[in-house]
Design a binder for this molecule. Structure first.
Ligand code: FAD
Length: 157
């Protein structure tokens, strides 16, 4: 998918495509084709993130932030977190993802009155993306085990 955020129209948007699609787009636009061993070279050379790498890292950050959010936040923390998600949705580097996320949080605005409320709200937002991509939904009752406490079977200890 080409970038539509201005200046570099001719370059395909790596953060909006999985690696294979991006590599094909590179070829079509006449840019030097990527290495034949994408996964290995991608990791070893610390290349820019594609859509899936960016998504995984971002969800990791967002869910961790929610699971470490205060249990009883102040009014200014509540308001700050609402502002954070609105600005995040505006600037997320995968533009088609950002547009859908903006729509989703317009429909379901951030719930920031407590840690549990925020973590559940975010889990549901992630599940909306999972469903859109045909992936299984995550059990939101386990969100703190996944992102803060470790699994109750002790496998993360
Ligand atoms: P991810 O979905 O990245 O999940 C990482 C880990 O989070 C999983 O392994 C699991 O342990 C845990 N997890 C899964 N679901 C939940 C949940 N509901 N709550 C808590 N933890 C969970 N990609 C697109 O192709 N199209 C899009 O429109 C799109 N929109 C996105 C919007 C946002 C805001 C973000 C951050 C990413 C978006 N992505 C989109 C990327 C996509 O969501 C995935 O990150 C990417 O496909 C890689 O998926 P994955 O299977 O590695 O796991």
């Amino acid at each position: 998918m080409p970038s539509s955020r201005g200046e570099e129209e001719e370059k395909p948007c790596r953060a909006c495509s999985d690696f294979k699609t991006w590599a094909k787009l590179q070829n079509k636009s006449g840019i030097t084709p990527p290495s034949k061993k994408p996964a290995a070279s991608n990791t070893q050379k610390e290349c820019p993130l594609d859509k899936d790498e960016l998504g995984r890292s971002t969800w990791g950050f967002l869910h961790s932030m929610a699971s470490y959010y205060p249990e009883q936040p102040s009014r200014s923390e509540c308001e700050g977190m609402v502002r954070f998600f609105n600005i995040f949705a505006q600037f997320y580097p995968c533009e088609p993802c950002a547009i859908d996320f903006q729509e989703d949080i317009k429909k379901y605005p951030p719930k920031t009155k407590s840690r549990d409320e925020l973590a559940k709200w975010l889990c549901e937002r992630h599940n909306t993306v999972n469903v859109k991509l045909g992936k299984p939904e995550f059990d939101c009752s386990k969100v703190h085990e996944r992102w803060r406490d470790g699994w109750s079977d002790g496998s993360c200890d």
